[in-house]
Design a protein around this ligand. Structure first.
Ligand SMILES: N[C@@H](CCC(=O)N[C@@H](CS)C(=O)NCC(=O)O)C(=O)O
Length: 227
């Protein structure tokens, strides 16, 4: 079984899940959008995006959420809930995609992806829209995460990983996470998991191209984690 990955947010998420669940898997670094690479990846994913999971005897699987579901099944854990909590978990995946994760993605795309890959200048209106959605959705998460350490009453699940999928890139995105103490504390709980904080440990994963850190742009950043 092979997981094609890079250090970008969605592949990072898939690698973190595989490592957190200790699924035996071969990690293969991929750059499907690099010149000359498309042919190799088109048969695995017509959109060329990664992560992609290749498994003998099955069609290749793309989309980080689908891969997380598969890896959770293989691991025999309920990281992807299959019990009474499954609807609650799906609720957070669905809501996150349309709200908090989308907001993080929008801002990160402008400051991170576009700058790393020379796609164009920062679109201030898109940043503004992303920040507005971030504040609205972080406010909702703040109320939820004040009441419990993770999104589900039953504890850590894939919903937490997905909700946090763009936050490891906040050095570049500079989202005001610190304004939401319960959300910030929740993210710190994820950061103590080795699979989350350093999913690429021991892997031959080239660094992402340069993008200016938020601090260099003068954006507000959370303080250094305290002991
Ligand atoms: N909806 C897809 C999005 C996949 C996606 O956007 N992948 C980006 C990285 S975040 C990609 O393939 N980038 C090319 C690269 O990393 O080389 C998912 O959740 O897996």
């Amino acid at each position: 079984m092979t997981l094609h990955y890079s250090r970008n947010p969605n592949p990072r998420l898939a690698v973190a899940v595989a490592r957190h669940l200790s699924v035996p898997i071969e990690f293969v670094f991929a750059a499907p959008f690099a010149p000359g690479q498309a042919e190799r990846y088109l048969s695995l994913n017509p959109s060329l995006s990664i992560p992609i999971l290749e498994e003998e005897g099955r069609r290749s699987l793309w989309e980080a959420d689908a891969i997380a579901c598969r890896l959770s099944r293989l691991s025999g854990t309920g990281f992807w809930r299959t019990d009474e909590d499954e609807p609650d978990m799906i609720r957070w995946l669905s809501w996150g995609k349309a709200n908090f994760v989308r907001a993080c993605d929008m801002v990160h795309f402008e400051y991170g992806t576009k700058q790393r890959y020379g796609i164009g200048p920062v679109d201030a209106a898109r940043v503004e829209e992303g920040l507005k959605t971030f504040r609205q959705s972080a406010g909702i998460l703040e109320i939820e995460l004040k009441a419990r350490p993770f999104l589900l009453d039953s504890g850590l699940s894939y919903a937490d990983f997905r909700m946090a999928s763009f936050l490891p890139f906040n050095d570049v995105a500079g989202l005001p996470l610190i304004d939401y103490p319960a959300v910030y504390a929740w993210y710190r709980r994820l950061e103590v998991l080795p699979a989350w904080s350093d999913p690429f440990a021991g892997l031959d994963a080239p660094s992402l191209p340069f993008a200016p850190l938020a601090a260099e742009r003068g954006a507000l950043l959370p303080p250094e984690p305290r002991e």
